[in-house]
Design a protein around this ligand. Structure first.
Ligand code: FES
Ligand SMILES: [Fe+2]
Length: 392
């Protein structure tokens, strides 16, 4: 995000704090609870969002050097991401061409070849089949025809994108819908991978995304946690095609504003930026680093999901991490105290309410603009009718 845009957002938040106002839609929006419970809808979502749509998997520091790999089947598709010996980011189906088992166990590491655990066929970091165990006995196949199936992938602005199936290439700028400049200036290539965790919850995957869709609840649900560091019911509001950006003000905002001239305001120290990257990712940027949160359905269960979280830190935070190796553990503990113990508990309660059939709709307020956007972005993606505003 360029400085002029940062200033515009800071000015907006300053006014919002002074006047106690936040952007409002022209009406409320009612959304059917069946969107969280319907198995047929989930089947369509699995096909369109988690097989056909380019997914933001992570950031360039996930694969820091040639030979770095990351095996991930969070989308339900075993995907092997590598930085090959030329430094190029590539993605493959992590499925052996022999009998189809997963070649590389889930996780990250560094290797110069990948050996299948079943019969020890070996693949290079470029996906080529380089050795067939006991080849004369198996049969001398044309190895050039048996490389791992390559998937469309792209690395740009420090982001790693993969299309889980098919062959259509990925246009990152089109995926970002106008957010390219923002993403570029966050300088993701320069940050450092820290740690990962998975949060499993009894909530639809869209309810996990909804968690990051408003701060109307901060002063209530998070009154003893997050409310001490971030102002509730105040956000900026910007749509970038299917994506969305909102910025919150930290509670030190006024103090910085009163003590430092505007030229010296440091955007990152006064705000929390929240991006929705279609179809399933939330990015959080604060003064220490970046979270990438990817939400996935748990197989064919509409009421269960997994949130895959990668946390990265700014280079200047590294000396602190070296002195405090427990930093990542504490970071996740604090994050979970808010998100897992408060937000996802509410989301699970919404899920039970939805499944009960007691009411047909829930309502997104005028101040819950991101939720209007997320739900209609998903509807547009599936060719479903969008939800209209209802005047109040
Ligand atoms: S399934 Fe991989 S070597 Fe046999
Ligand atoms: Fe929350």
């Amino acid at each position: 995000m360029q400085r002029a845009e940062q200033n515009r957002l800071l000015e907006f938040l300053k006014t919002g704090l002074e006047k106690g106002v936040t952007p409002l839609a022209k009406g409320v929006m009612r959304s059917p609870v069946a969107d969280y419970t319907c198995p047929d809808l989930l089947a369509d979502e699995q096909t369109v969002f988690f097989k056909q749509t380019p997914l933001l998997m992570g950031l360039s520091p996930d694969l820091p050097e040639p030979g770095s790999y990351w095996a991930d089947n969070a989308s339900g598709n075993p995907i092997l991401m590598v930085r090959d010996q030329d430094g190029q980011f590539r993605a493959f189906s992590n499925i052996c061409r022999h009998r189809g088992v997963q070649v590389v166990p889930n996780g990250k590491g560094k290797k110069n070849r990948f050996t299948c655990p079943f019969h020890a066929w070996s693949y290079s970091t470029s996906g080529d089949l380089i050795a067939v165990n006991r080849e004369p006995s198996f049969g001398c196949i044309d190895k050039s025809q048996y490389g791992l199936n390559e998937l469309p992938s792209a690395e740009k602005y420090g982001m790693l994108w993969v299309r889980p199936t098919g062959s259509e290439s990925i246009d990152v700028d089109a995926c970002l819908g106008g957010l390219a400049e923002d993403m570029d200036t966050w300088n993701f290539s320069n940050i450092v991978y820290g740690a990962s965790q998975t949060l499993s919850a009894d909530i639809n995957w869209k309810l996990a995304i909804d968690t990051f869709g408003e701060n109307y609840h901060f002063d209530v649900l998070h009154k003893d946690t997050l409310a001490s560091s971030i102002h509730g019911n105040l956000q900026t509001h910007d749509i970038f095609d299917q994506n969305y950006r909102m910025v919150f003000a930290t509670t030190n905002f006024k103090e910085v504003q009163d003590t430092v001239s505007q030229d010296e305001w440091i955007f990152r120290r006064m705000t929390l930026s929240v991006y929705f990257i279609y179809p399933n990712t939330i990015l959080l940027m604060d003064s220490f680093g970046v979270d990438v949160l990817r939400m996935f359905p748990d197989n064919d269960q509409p009421g269960k999901s997994r949130t895959e979280q990668n946390y990265y830190v700014l280079p200047e935070v590294l000396p602190y991490v070296e002195e405090n190796p427990e930093m990542f553990e504490h970071r996740f503990r604090d994050f979970n105290n808010v998100v897992y113990e408060e937000d996802y508990v509410m989301a699970a309660s919404s899920q039970v309410g939805a499944a009960s059939g007691a009411q047909t709709h829930i309502t997104f307020g005028r101040n819950e603009l991101a939720l209007h956007h997320y739900h209609n972005a998903h509807r547009r993606g599936l060719g479903r009718p969008i939800l209209e505003l209802e005047a109040v």
